[in-house]
Write a new protein. Sequence first.
Lengths: 249, 638, 218
Amino acid sequence: MARLLKFNIFRYNPQNPESVPHMDEFVLEETDSMTLFIALNRIREEKDSSLQFDFCCRAGICGSCGMVINGRPGLACHTKTKDLPSEITLLPLPVFQLVGDLSVDTGSWFREMYNKVESWIHTNKEFDPAAEEERMENEVAEAIYELDRCVECGCCVSACGTARLRDDFLGAVSLNRVARFVIDPRDERTDKEYYEIIGNDEGIFGCMGLLACEDVCPKHLPLQEQLAFLRRKMGITAIKNLFSRKSCK
Amino acid sequence: MQTFYTDVLVIGAGLAGERAAIEAGQAGFSTICLSLVPARRSHSSAAQGGMQAALGNSAMGEGDCPDVHFEDTVKGSDWGCDQEVARLFADAAPIEMRRLAHWGVPWNRVVPGRSKYFKGGKEFEKVEKDENRGLITARAFGGTAKWRTCYVSDGTGHSVLFTVDNRCAQLGVEVHDKTEAIALIHDGDTCYGAVVRCLKTGELRVYLAKATMIATGGFGRIYPNTTNAVVCDGGGHVAALNTGVVPMGNMEAVQFHPTGIVPTDILVTEGCRGDGGTLLDVNEERFMHIYEPEKAELASRDVVSRWMTHHIREGKGVKSPYGDHLWLDIRHLGEKHITGKLREVYEICTGFLGINPIYQLIPVRPTQHYSMGGVRTNKDGAAYGLKGLFSAGEAACWDMHGFNRLGGNSLAETVVAGGIVGRKIVEYVRGAEVSFNSVVIDDAVARERSRINGLISGTHGRENVYKVRAAMQDSLNRGANIFRNDADLTACVQELQEVLHRARRVGLASDGLGANPELSAALKIEGQVKMALMVAYGALQRTESRGSHNREDYTARNDRDWLKRTLAYWRSEGDELPTLEYEPATTVFEIPPGYRGYGKMDIIPMDGQEAGAADQSGAKTGQADQDDTDPAEAKGDE
Amino acid sequence: MTVETSILAGRPSKWDGILDVCQMLSGIGLILFMWAHMILVASVLFGPGVMNAIAEFFESTGMAQVGGPLIFLLFLFHFLLAARKLPFRFEGMKIIFSHAKMMRHRDTWLWVVQAVSAMIILIMGSIHMWVVLTDLPITAAKSAARIQGGFWTGFYLLLLPMVELHVGVGLYRIGVKWGLVKTDGRAGLHRGERILTLIFICIGLATLIRFWFINTLA
Ligand SMILES: Cc1cc2nc3c(=O)[nH]c(=O)nc-3n(C[C@H](O)[C@H](O)[C@H](O)COP(=O)(O)OP(=O)(O)OC[C@H]3O[C@@H](n4cnc5c(N)ncnc54)[C@H](O)[C@@H]3O)c2cc1C
Ligand code: HEM
Ligand code: HEM
Ligand code: SF4
Ligand code: F3S
Ligand code: FES
């Protein structure tokens, strides 16, 4: 009764001089509540123990398991085979450096991103252990968290045509990160300072509004709204800059 | 081969590791964190519930203070914790939460006014004060006298980890992700760093440091069913125990949870039962009322787990390709309730199981959840046995959890301990004169290299690593689970010893080139089996019940003989069993052992203590009701 | 990966924001023009006299003589701005095509449609403008003569849908890029854009048909 699932999986081990990129086929019998996490582990344990892929939380929380599933970037651990046709094609996420098979190096990409957008609170205030915390409205906190929910899976970057065309494009995830700090009252950066970071074609003005980012984001972040918010804000800043002589560096 | 020199090497970039790294970074020391996965994917990110700190800002937390938190923690630990450490923790936790707020954590805040809350499926009302508007708020969690769990919506661990990692990036703390520490470099006296395998290329590297810290999280993956991430495989513990001189504390203290979903063991809240959910067996019949006529499904966590396990063993489990399980039935609660109050459960079921709990049954089974035991350290976080080696977080047995950790206390521990231990590391590095002995380093590298070559070429055999691992997990699952007894534990130890022999004969089926995953598994399997033996053997020797350690044949908590901590050593590589030593659970008693206020009351008092101390609890007789949470008020089971 | 990013290379990034705003404004300008243009040309549906009258109005006020070239400049300006985003190397085109194919994602395909239609418009639009503007004044009869010649029918039958597609997608894109709609408004905007495109193509076709039945000797 159970379906036979045919997996076409991208294979390439850059560390093996004899390895060439190719697709391997594996067949598994489908079981109840099977996810790609279960399927891939079974393939590794039963059929080919060298198969590389990344999982960590297997609960859709950590963002480790981004891969291209039948053409679309998504999280493998919360993809149920039941929702897929019996032929399943798995590719590693593009844009990121390939480690092997389905595993890519998102870590280096994101570390660079943190430094580019200075992904931390900029403040001159010192922490005082004896003082009460600074107050914040709960709605503000929730709005920040809404953007903080990103799990850095990289799906939005891999799905973005702009990012694939130009590797210096920051991608929706980084821009969303900036938006997170823009709305955080603790961050003292001004619009002009943000403009220095994202007010260019590597940043917000590089985005062509393809919206694949929004459509694949497994956490359903409001990326389109955030990108638009930044575009308006930075657009206005650009015009202001133009008219205020002082700002011309 | 690449060699990295750094002042501080932190193995593990979860909350504990990064929090400590920040202290080192702030003090101006070069710091490198290693991690199997990019830092933010560490398991800390999976903790959704929250972290405890006695800020006392919310209405239901009014009057809370570190003293009350301390008391809850000690009681939770079933007096197994080090009270000095628990005190350090409770006092520092509020400051640490505020510090996190300063760094950018979007804590939920107090909203003044009336609001409703649920307890045991019933609705109550509370009023938040206007003067507390905008302060960090708290929610309820199991086992606590007050609401003191600070939270960020449903992503506390995630948000805090992102913030802490941001801070690391700001300070220039390096994180080398996709790296795996496979051995410590030491001379039996001092630790000099680690031999590390790069998980991008498979190459070996050497990291030399004045101070090394193990913050590798829990080791749930030595069990077959666990809520832990797949990277929580005890790799850091293996490196430590392989030194032969660093002991593991209280390895038998393992926490379980009654309702993990099958197959992937993601946790669903006990609140399901609190709200009227029932458990069904293979015939889709209820069974809890047979065992617990009064409370049925509403009996406490451990009691329910016990009968679930029992019922499955009676052959009443539902067979599945993933092992036997039972059903959780919440269909009768109705769509509104399920998609409203139990939304999380609904989302997990539809998202990961493809099951709609409004119409379908949810497959569940008891599952491993938290490791109280780990690398034994003193209150400064310095590991026993080696100078220059530290540990914190779930990996460590710093020992504020004793035999049962409270929900929300572990995440708080990571940052509090990370901060405290981080500062101690800074002190240590300031005073440290370290010269690296190249013979020691070369030896360590040569040993790992030959181990790798041996595995690839099958020098010792061709046992399949995945099969050996499954055998270990299965054995531990049967013998050292929620309920333990002499016969099962004895059998388990014997089986594990056989598995140990097999583990020593593992060889690869694949070529082992590059970041080969089979090689990663093979490199640590022997160490994992040794850990499993520490758990099982420690549990066998401990002839009492305390916290999560439930002996069916010794149901009393025995403060006379067992108010002590197990220290398990693997003295020599070829040993067949760990060497166990014991030390007093605590040297300071702020609160003498007594009744926890809930659960079991069967206590053998320690010498010089009146038997009556335990008797006050007499009102509540009955079951080995060891639990920190009643499902009726459960929320804080994470 | 090599990338052809810009023909305006070397500019300080301070200008990127201005350029993006200009791109949007030039797009809107062109859309407004195309609508005005539509009124002029489609007015023939009400009779050649109406069209002639409108054309005459434009010419007598000098708007055709001055406005025409200005539109041509706007057209070029828009092209230059948009070209920053277009892959001119084969490599880039291959990437974006295979990407769109892999993803089977509507908005990504729409961009491809926009880019391809843009190149066609660039060439055909230029020719068209040259032909019309060097042969002033505009009269319904002249236009009809051109169209009845046959070649121009085919020409417009290609240019017309290209322009309308480009305009439709362009409008949609401005909406989402600048946040005139939010996530939940996207589907609606899509529908609106498709209906608009269809209506305009229909009017255009009707106009072309009408031109066929105008007596060029009148
Ligand atoms: C499902 C779930 C929910 C939970 N919810 C809560 C909650 O609500 N509240 C609460 O207080 N607690 C909760 N906990 C417990 C809590 O999350 C953990 O105890 C805590 O996050 C552990 O943090 P850590 O920093 O010690 O380790 P981790 O965050 O697990 O980090 C370990 C790090 O070590 C690295 N590492 C491991 N091995 C190696 C190696 N060999 N070499 C190099 N690096 C290595 C990993 O890559 C990782 O970076 C929950 C646990 C689970 C499983
Ligand atoms: C009558 C003619 C034209 C009209 C009405 C028009 C209109 C528009 C509009 C409204 C946009 C959206 C602007 C934005 O996203 O900011 C746009 C985008 C674009 N146009 Fe045009 N355009 C015309 C001609 C051209 C020509 C000749 C080209 C040249 C090659 C061109 C290339 C592009 C490209 C590539 C984009 C996409 C830019 C991006 O996604 O960022 N267009 N156009
Ligand atoms: C100032 C510039 C322009 C003038 C004066 C102008 C004028 C005209 C005229 C007179 C016609 C009728 C047919 C003919 O005479 O051949 C026409 C048709 C057309 N023009 Fe233009 N045009 C201009 C610019 C453009 C541009 C920039 C485009 C698009 C890129 C364009 C697209 C079309 C199309 C598609 C038709 C066919 C109309 C239809 O079928 O309804 N024109 N134009
Ligand atoms: S924004 Fe969404 S798709 Fe992009 S990295 Fe974050 S979670 Fe993934
Ligand atoms: S897909 Fe790319 S182009 Fe912009 S809208 Fe998303 S970042
Ligand atoms: S494994 Fe963590 S999101 Fe899939």
